[in-house]
Design a protein around this ligand. Structure first.
Ligand SMILES: Cc1cc2nc3c(=O)[nH]c(=O)nc-3n(C[C@H](O)[C@H](O)[C@H](O)COP(=O)(O)O)c2cc1C
Length: 216
């Protein structure tokens, strides 16, 4: 049964913790679909959607992924682990055409489509740091998924503790893929971790220019 008691976004943001341990109960497909769709709704530069996700749910799959993730137990304990990747070659391999096709279907002006067809390959082929570009896009989708999971009553754990080449091998990823982060989803088992606190706005937010404190 999918969970029908959704949290508000404010509750989800406030209550979310990086979950230390999961109970391993399976996640219903309807919930998983809603979580994935939340990610796919995220914005991306030029709407190029260079993200790709591998959902790992089987016991064997999670065990192998754990082996590529510094043996972190929660990779195996989670109901599902979403491996968030960016594809550096998506735009060369049909994504640009698909983005334009979808856009045109929804009323994209023809002059925009024409200039996008030139500008996007030019921008991406000459990008000084494509991995940074991919990471930026993928983490937006990742965050939407994480928050949707929390809204649906799941607990989550974002993870960067994995070995790129090992994950690539376990999941049979193409060379153009960069693994950006892992999102473990499930239900907390045992005690939650302490809340580590957050820096005060005085340290992290400026009003209009660097160094000027914001008063709200
Ligand atoms: C991108 C990212 C990668 C992380 N990687 C790991 C990880 O590999 N293992 C782990 O135990 N926690 C990991 N964390 C969890 C952080 O340690 C945690 O979010 C932080 O301490 C704040 O705690 P909170 O999320 O419970 O508020 C990661 C968090 C983020 C955002």
């Amino acid at each position: 049964m999918p969970n029908l008691m959704e949290k508000t976004l404010s509750q989800a943001i406030e209550q979310r913790r990086a979950t230390p341990s999961f109970d391993g109960a399976p996640i219903p497909d309807a919930d998983l679909k809603k979580i994935l769709e939340a990610g796919l709704h995220a914005p991306s530069g030029y709407n190029m959607q260079p993200w790709r996700f591998v959902v790992v749910r089987s016991e064997e799959g999670k065990r192998r992924l754990r082996g590529a993730s510094f043996n972190q137990p929660k990779v195996e304990e989670a109901s599902a682990v979403i491996v968030a990747c960016g594809d550096a070659d998506g735009w060369r391999n049909g994504d640009l055409e698909e983005m334009l096709r979808l856009g045109r279907e929804a009323g994209m002006p023809e002059n925009y489509a024409e200039s996008a067809r030139n500008n996007i390959p030019n921008y991406l082929a000459n990008h000084p740091d494509l991995t940074a570009w991919l990471t930026k896009q993928v983490m937006l989708a990742f965050t939407s998924m994480m928050l949707m999971a929390e809204v649906l009553g799941y607990d989550t754990a974002p993870m960067e503790g994995f070995e790129q080449e090992k994950v690539r091998e376990v999941l049979k990823l193409p060379l153009s893929y960069t693994v950006v982060a892992l999102l473990a989803i499930g239900h907390l088992s045992g005690d939650d971790k302490f809340y580590g606190g957050r820096f005060n706005m005085a340290r992290t937010v400026f009003d209009g220019e660097y160094g000027k404190p914001i008063k709200l």
